[in-house]
Design a binder for this molecule. Structure first.
Ligand SMILES: *Cc1c(COP(=O)(O)O)cnc(C)c1O
Length: 404
């Protein structure tokens, strides 16, 4: 497994240490461990000269007006930069806003974007809806495309190549370095939804220009806050992104940032436990006669495993299970309905397990999207693994016995 430690010759603390110390008050607060919640709209200037000077501070972590962020936003931005390996971060209201804001920042009328067919559904809806209405054309591509494939799809007006690896319902791994080479050869920017790869994929070391996170997932970790982040590693990209976020009035509640900061302190242990548990459940499922295949990139032999091994240092706890085609979609629904420890719900990254039918709920236009049989997405939480496996085992009996 590749390691994510510092380049040779430098000493960097481990991930747990960094998540315990990043974004802490430092000079911002005296005394308490955590920065307090700071709520506010108006920021009072010392004098008129200070007010004039504030205009030039819109790209800094400066207190100039509520929409530009306060201490809670700035602390969270620092933590996300630490996780993603970027230089600057913009916190936005939701993970979906973290998708739409950079698209509006880096695209304009008459331009063309490439987007993977496996993309998060609401991102596809934004491309097909609002972006199309603004005169921006999108071509959806096979997520498993190679460098030559992207090169062939690039047009003179292609300015953004969007990526998401793996797809959050069908788990196709993308060859991000190859896609980035083809995009950069024609001057396009590479945007990536890196929510699945949090902590275990370093986007900027693999050619990504703008990294998107739904903090709603593992950073918040408790299924009670919506939040997004957009991270870059160049001043040029920061200026474009920040200016778009300010023009759009993007903002997140300081209370929510505070909860995300609380969540992230335990993210290293939650992720480690949940990922290990998920891999155990996935390996158990892969041996079951009802299962055609398990869509978990970290599982040896699973689709995309070689790319995962090359580019990722670990995994999260979200994966798919494809049942044999002799089982019906209705039987897979009966399986999901029978589970007692898995909630049926969207989202993921919380402390609790979830199951969600995939078949019939994904849109495809460049590929056929047929995964080979009825498919269910599982999110593994912090419950004891043996209990989850027992629950799934009972569910498989329901699957086998389903008469519909
Ligand atoms: C959940 C999710 C988002 C959006 O996050 P919200 O906070 O729910 O808006 C974006 N991308 C992926 C891959 C997601 O799973």
């Amino acid at each position: 497994m590749p390691d994510d430690s510092a380049p040779k010759g430098t000493r960097m603390h481990g991930f747990g240490t960094r998540m315990s110390h990043a974004g802490r008050a430092g000079t911002r607060v005296h005394g308490f461990v955590n920065p307090p919640v700071v709520r506010g709209s108006t920021v009072l200037y010392a004098n008129c000269a200070d007010r004039v000077a504030s205009a030039s501070k819109r790209f800094d972590q400066a207190l100039t007006y509520g929409t530009q962020g306060g201490p809670n936003h700035h602390a969270l931005e620092d933590v996300i930069c630490e996780i993603e390996g970027g230089t600057r971060c913009q916190i936005v209201s939701t993970g979906l806003a973290a998708v739409t804001v950079p698209l509006l920042a880096f695209l304009k009328a008459g331009e063309h974007m490439l987007m993977p067919d496996s993309v998060y559904g609401p991102a596809r809806a934004f491309a097909d809806g609002m972006l199309a209405r603004l005169g921006i054309e999108t071509t959806f591509y096979d997520p498993c495309i190679d460098e030559a494939g992207i090169a062939a799809l690039m047009r003179p007006n292609t300015t953004v190549v969007y990526t998401e690896s793996p797809g959050s319902h069908s788990f196709e791994m993308q060859d991000i370095p190859a896609i980035a080479r083809a995009a950069h050869a024609k001057g396009a920017k590479v945007l990536m939804d890196n929510t699945w790869g949090i902590r275990h994929f370093q986007p900027f070391r693999h050619g990504v220009d703008v990294s998107i996170q739904a903090l709603t997932k593992y950073v918040v970790g408790h299924s009670d806050v919506l939040l997004g982040s957009i991270t870059v590693n160049s001043d040029e990209h920061w200026k474009a992104l920040r200016w778009a976020a300010l023009q759009l009035g993007q903002y997140a509640s300081p209370d929510d940032c505070w909860l995300a900061l609380r969540g992230v302190r335990t993210m290293p242990v939650r992720l480690e436990k949940q990922a290990a548990s998920a891999l155990e459940v996935a390996a158990w499922l892969a041996k079951r006669p009802e299962v055609l295949k398990v869509l978990h990139p970290a599982l040896p032999g699973a689709p995309g495993h070689e790319i995962w091994k090359r580019d990722f240092t670990g995994a999260c706890s979200l994966f798919g299970v494809v049942f044999r085609p002799e089982f019906s979609v209705e039987a897979s629904h009966a399986f999901v309905d029978s589970l007692t420890l898995f909630g049926i719900g969207a989202s993921w990254g919380g402390y609790e397990s979830l199951a969600l039918p995939t078949t019939g709920f994904i849109t495809r236009s460049a590929t056929n999207g047929d995964l080979g049989g009825p498919t269910v997405r599982l999110h593994i939480g912090l419950e004891d693994t043996a209990d989850l496996i027992a629950d799934i085992e009972a569910g498989l009996a329901v699957l086998r016995g389903f008469k519909g």
